[in-house]
Structure formats: C-alpha cells, structure tokens
Design a binder for this molecule. Structure first.
Ligand SMILES: Nc1ncnc2c1ncn2[C@@H]1O[C@H](COP(=O)(O)OP(=O)(O)O)[C@@H](O)[C@H]1O
Ligand SMILES: Nc1ccn([C@H]2C[C@H](O)[C@@H](COP(=O)(O)OP(=O)(O)O)O2)c(=O)n1
Length: 246
C-alpha cells in the first residue's frame, strides 16, 4: 500500500490495453482497481433486461439512478453484480458491446455514473490507500485532480488486432472486419461525449502500439513512480501467465 493515498487515472480508446494494464498496475501498487466501463456495461445490461429502449433517454437515465450495482474493486476479483445477479461475463458479450454507447452518450446517465465513480474512488482511497481508475473521462472529468493521469493509446491497427485475437482467437481479414464495429464505430460514438484520443493538459500519453503487455505495464509504473507514488516496496510485476485478459 502507498504511504499516502493515490489515484491513478487512466483513459484510452477501446483495445489500447487500459483495462488489463490498469489491473496489473493496481496489483503491483497494492491498491484498488475501478473499471468504469463495466458500470456503463452493467447499466446497458440491466436496461435491456428490463425491456427498455436504449434510445429512450429519460427511461435509461431513471434506470441509472435506480441501478442496484455492486462492483468489485479488488484487481483479483472484479465481479460485477446487478440486483444480486453476477453479470461479470454477460456484460462483455457482443450484444452489450454493440449497444453500450447508446447508454454512455446519455448525459444524465454520465452525471449519475460519474457521481458513483467519485464515491467509489474516495472509498478506495480511504479503505485501500488508492485506486487505479480507468475509462474514457477519468483524467479529464471524473478525477482531474488525480495524483497521476495517463492516456493509454495504440494505433487503430494494433487495437483491432488485439480485440480480434481476444474475441475470435485470430486477426485474419474477416475477423478484423467483424471486430471493426466494436472498436472503430464505438470509439467514434463514444468520442462525441469524451475526449480520449489526445492527452489533455498535464496528462501523460503512452502509446502501446509497439509495446508488449509487460512493457505497457512498466511504462505506466514508470510514470507513477517518476511522479512520486510514495511506495515503500513495489511488488514484482506479474508474469505473462498470470495476466488476465478480457
Ligand atoms: N501492450 C499490449 N500488447 C499486446 N496486447 C495487449 C497489450 N495490452 C493489452 N493487450 C491485450 O489486448 C486486449 C485488449 O486489452 P484491454 O485491456 O481489454 O483493452 P481496453 O481496456 O483498452 O479495451 C487484451 O487481450 C489484452 O491482453
Ligand atoms: N469512463 C467511461 C468508461 C466507459 N465509457 C463507455 C465507452 C464504452 O463504449 C463503454 C464500455 O467501456 P469499456 O471500457 O468496457 O470498453 P472497452 O471494451 O474496454 O473498449 O462505456 C465511457 O463513456 N466513459
């Protein structure tokens, strides 16, 4: 645990590596991990489960206020529950990925989830000495006062190849085409409400296109340590075998 509470805010487009890298960084620093994208996904899942039309902005905003969400902030147990149902796997389905932007571009939804995210960050700082929080607007809107702010990017080509390999086990032409909607179209929609392609003032950009997973984790840790994480004894990096992917 760090000497003084830290928040590491990490943003980036889909497939840049922010979730897997953030989780590994949280483990290494011994702090909590907050996947804010999982909160938008959980709301999309719940709204669909209740038969809502995701384009009905008022109904989805009401659902955001009522959402009975429990989200784990332990990097080794990122279970997401909605009204007691474990939706950890279900929220990663293509059905959700392809529709979640309709929820994430709803400004009333964003205000409510932002409020919850700030509470979770404060609680993690108090209970666990800090948090690595990742998403699209953490460095700019949710936690602009974070001790460390990083934008993780990668070329469109690298991001498509990673997601295709993760979802379909390969990155051939057909598989890349099938993945395009989930990366390119979704980022285009999401970028209408958040700026996550270019680092804002004071945010450090890390391009992972040419980096291995371990190098990406190290690059983030270097930024945190250069900024003074107040660590007593950093834990060793996790080996590739223990890396979790989604
Ligand atoms: N630097 C990297 N090099 C190669 N693959 C990576 C790298 N970072 C992440 N990955 C892999 O790419 C996939 C997408 O990463 P993920 O963390 O889910 O991205 P994001 O949260 O930005 O959408 C995962 O399978 C992950 O293991
Ligand atoms: N802070 C955030 C986090 C995610 N979102 C949106 C953007 C995405 O379409 C969804 C899901 O985010 P998630 O990070 O799980 O997406 P990836 O699959 O990692 O690209 O939520 C957001 O608008 N703001």
């Amino acid at each position: 645990m760090p000497d003084a509470p830290i928040t590491v805010a990490i943003d980036g487009p889909s497939g840049s590596g922010k979730s897997s890298v953030s989780k590994a960084v949280a483990r290494t620093l011994g702090v909590a991990y907050l996947d804010t994208g999982a909160m938008y996904r959980a709301l999309a899942w719940w709204a669909l489960d209740r038969g809502l039309d995701l384009t009905d902005q008022a109904a989805v905003a009401r659902a955001a206020h009522d959402l009975p969400l429990e989200i784990g902030t332990d990097p080794d147990d990122v279970t997401v529950r909605v009204d007691g149902t474990d939706v950890t796997e279900a929220i990663r389905q293509t059905r959700i990925s392809s529709q979640v932007s309709a929820v994430a571009t709803n400004l009333d939804v964003r205000a409510e989830l932002r409020r919850r995210q700030r509470e979770l960050i404060e609680q993690a700082r108090h209970d666990h000495g800090g948090v690595v929080a990742e998403g699209r607007d953490i460095t700019t809107v949710v936690a602009p006062d974070a001790e460390h702010r990083i934008l993780v990017t990668a070329s469109e080509e690298a991001r498509l190849a990673r997601r295709s390999t993760e979802l379909h086990g390969g990155a051939g032409a057909e598989l890349l085409a099938a993945t395009r909607d989930q990366i390119v179209r979704r980022d285009r929609d999401d970028s209408t409400v958040s700026a996550f392609f270019v680092p804002a003032d004071g945010v450090v950009g890390i391009d992972t296109s040419e980096l291995s997973f371990e190098e990406s984790v190290q690059a983030v840790l270097d930024v945190v340590q250069a900024g003074g994480a107040g660590l007593t004894s950093p834990a060793p990096l996790h080996t590739p075998e223990t890396q979790e992917s989604r």
